[in-house]
Design a binder for this molecule. Structure first.
Ligand code: ADP
Length: 483
């Protein structure tokens, strides 16, 4: 990995303002998922180091919460600028450890930075309220206060942006953050810590602890000093962490799994719908929580749509993330490939038809052919579970009611999409979908200015937008009497 500024590549953790190794001296190896090449190692930390990071965060909290919003905003703004200035290096680090095409990685760095910019601005708009009192000699005022020390656990699919949308909001609100990034992608997180330090963020406000998920997560959820846990990852681990947080009644924000439907009605612009599927399904090689998981196509346009989608998918360039024009990188690991293979095998064994792809790519490793399956039914595993890979399953439906029923037939409720030109149907379907987010004639919905989040088992809380900072604030009611 060639960097302009090699000091952005750190192989130590940042705990309470110090760069350090694990107490045990143990390390975790980090590899490039495209080549298998060893990139380096990071400390295998556990409960002890996490405890120290939490203590340092708590010690740094009073001064940070007392700082003016403008002062916090100034430092966050500088952090944002440094991310943008170092976009190339941050993207190279990201592609090396995660595998996504460099162009996508560069996009993620700007997307990630945009949350820090946004929350730097929102810091100054944490307004309280006054309430007409219930008695003549009383006055009621409501103020918003930072919740306290925040623990954050993030996944490998967006090694930069999943951190900034949490840390940007928490720090802007006046909260210190202790972060555990995914072990597959720690270097993007550590580079952010380097830049936070350079931006002038005081020691202890943004610690990064790598290592054992159970030991670090155990301390984060048990320690009473931590007032809030924010997590992005699987529903399974999210439930576990919520249960662990119950012991100290921590607030939680949970961005969990999805099972996104993408409905194509027979009046839709089919080329636009194919474009939407390509953007939503195949971004990050199908490894995002808002990736389309089920494509529901109305009877009359089903074959036409399948044909157009096949052509678009066949043209995708599968390559190492650093190769010019790369569109599909590798999957993150062997387990991810095994899940994709199992879903395809299950579907084919129950009567699905392979339209294109379907097997490991000739490049080897964890590369997989972009795949389209037709004649998929709700009885197949792809209908119920998040595939998290480049597989587009096509379901057939007859009426609008059928489509809505099928779309809502899941315990998840994160992103959903539909394509139609009928204004009445736009409103009916948008209101009927039990999802936190709805893309209407649009396959790309993520932006720092809008509230990202799910309902049902897809999670709690919202990230981005003016609502994102509320997740890190408590309401305090002041009642003044004797006036
Ligand atoms: P994914 O399937 O996307 O890797 P996970 O939910 O397994 O999703 O992981 C998301 C994040 O949660 C990662 O940082 C991972 O290390 C962490 N994690 C996994 N298991 C636990 C656990 N038991 N306690 C705390 N964190 C965990």
């Amino acid at each position: 990995m060639k960097l302009r500024d090699s000091s952005l590549f750190r192989q130590q953790c940042h705990v309470g303002g110090h760069w350090c190794d694990a107490d045990s001296g143990e390390v975790i190896e980090v590899r490039n998922p495209s080549t298998g090449e060893r990139l380096g190692s990071v400390p295998r930390m556990g409960a002890g180091e996490t405890h120290r990071a939490i203590q340092a965060a708590n010690a740094a909290w009073p001064a940070w919460r007392a700082a003016t919003a403008k002062e916090r905003a100034r430092i966050l703004r500088r952090w944002y600028e440094l991310m943008v200035e170092n976009q190339e290096d941050l993207a190279a680090i990201l592609t090396s450890e995660q595998g996504k095409p460099l162009a996508e990685a560069k996009g993620e760095i700007l997307y990630g930075a945009s949350f820090v910019e946004w929350f730097a601005e929102e810091a100054k708009r944490v307004y309280g309220e006054t309430i007409p009192a219930h008695a003549p000699d009383k006055r009621i005022v409501v103020v918003k206060e930072p919740i306290g020390v925040v623990a954050a656990i993030t996944p490998w699919n967006f090694p930069n942006a999943m951190i900034t949308r949490k840390a940007g909001a928490a720090l802007a609100a006046g909260c210190p953050v202790v972060l555990k990034p995914a072990s597959q992608t720690p270097y993007s997180a550590l580079a952010l810590a380097v830049l936070a330090e350079r931006a002038g963020l005081p020691a202890g406000l943004f610690s990064v602890v790598t290592g054992s998920a159970t030991a670090i997560g155990g301390e984060m959820t048990a320690n009473p000093v931590v007032r809030k846990l924010t997590f992005t990852g699987s529903t399974e681990i999210g439930k576990l962490l919520m249960a662990q947080c119950a012991g100290t009644v921590k607030k939680t924000s949970m961005e969990l799994g999805g099972n996104a439907p993408f409905i194509v009605f027979d009046d839709a612009d089919l080329d636009a719908a194919v474009k939407g599927v390509m953007a939503s399904k195949y971004r990050n090689t199908g490894q995002t929580c808002v990736c389309v998981n089920r494509i529901l196509v109305q009877d009359r346009v089903y074959d036409d749509f399948a044909f157009r989608l096949k052509n678009a998918v066949s043209a995708l360039k599968v390559a190492d993330g650093f190769a010019p024009g790369a569109e599909q990188g590798p999957l993150i690991d062997e387990a991810a490939v095994a899940k994709v293979e199992a879903h395809i095998e299950d579907a084919l064994s129950k009567g699905a038809r392979l339209v294109v792809g379907g097997k490991r790519h000739v490049r080897g490793g964890t590369f997989f052919e972009p795949t389209v399956l037709a004649d998929v039914t709700p009885a197949m595993a792809v209908a119920r579970e998040e595939t998290f890979g480049p597989v587009a399953p096509l379901f057939r439906f007859k009426t609008e009611e059928d489509a809505v029923r099928m779309a809502n037939d899941t315990e998840f409720g994160l992103a959903s999409y539909f394509y139609t030109r009928d204004i009445g149907r736009v409103w009916r379907v948008a209101e009927a979908l039990e999802y936190g987010m709805v893309g209407i004639n649009e396959g790309l919905i993520s932006t720092e200015v809008a509230p990202f989040g799910g309902v049902k088992e897809s999670g709690l809380g919202r990230e981005g937008s003016r609502h994102g900072i509320e997740d890190y604030l408590e309401i305090k009611y002041l009642c003044m009497g004797g006036i």
